[in-house]
Design a protein around this ligand. Sequence first.
Ligand SMILES: [Zn+2]
Ligand SMILES: [Zn+2]
Length: 132
Amino acid sequence: MGEHKHSRQREIIRQLLYGRTDHPTADQLYEEAKVIYPSISMGTIYRNLAYLSEIGEIQRIPHPGGADRYDSRPDPHFHFVCTSCGGLQDVGVLSVDDTEAILSIRDSFEGGQISGFTVIYSGLCCNCLRKR
Ligand SMILES: [Zn+2]
Ligand SMILES: [Zn+2]
């Protein structure tokens, strides 16, 4: 059962994230996974999210005001955080040239190795702006 159970749990997490743009937290994914797979544990969720991020299938996005968010999009892109509701969403599309330009800074970074970047814009989302 062991390996089969593991791949099934991973598949559930994959499916829960697939195609989403709301960048859920691990807690949120846990609540949703429990509905489908009542015996799933928080540790399993964390382990699989870490694994999927590590192999580059998903991305872990640090939220400046709270828990990490998980992104079904593995390609490099920018994010926007609403300072009022805390919502995190994708903003814009990066071309290969943009990505290369951003990463070209690694040539002037001595003594270490840059493998990625996180850019988070902040402001008010359209829902919060409308409420003002
Ligand atoms: Zn907002
Ligand atoms: Zn994203």
